[in-house]
Design a protein around this ligand. Sequence first.
Ligand code: ADP
Length: 172
Amino acid sequence: MNKNTAVYPGSFDPITNGHLDILHRGLRVFDRIIIAVARNSQKNPLFPIDERVELIRRAVGNDSRIEVDTFDGLLVNYVFSKGARVILRGLRAISDFEYEFQVAQTNRTINEKIETIFMMTSLPFSYLSSSVVREVAVLNGPVDSFVPEIVKEALEKKFAERQALPREEKKL
Ligand code: ADP
């Protein structure tokens, strides 16, 4: 068991500067962070899981303190299996609170040994989410201040590919 390892779970569809902010601030508190991409969180992701993992790997670079992984099923079981005891989550507006409260209480009921730690968003990212990024990108808007360069390129490529698709396959 490693008290200094945290699991940072999410969909990361795609990873944004808001995610990276929580990750880097998290590394001031924890020695090691496992970014865990949920396989079953969304039915219709923009980026398939392998692409999301690849984008995260390229966005975080080579840092021995960061591991990028995927998980299936119950998060607490995954956290336990990795020898970690902490789940790291970011909080933005008050609207995040209700959902996060429910999930944290449920996870604690399932396994009381695992704690969820919340970090408050940094002001510049307080309204930033992957879904906002997807919505701006589909309209060809500028995403430079929202995501790292490689994610911007991947979004451009993705939507260029979609332009070539028949109308009914273009939905977000
Ligand atoms: P999920 O579908 O599990 O919410 P996300 O990829 O949307 O997955 O988010 C993963 C985690 O990152 C969540 O804890 C979320 O609150 C946090 N997060 C996302 N964007 C931001 C941001 N701009 N500032 C702070 N935390 C964020």
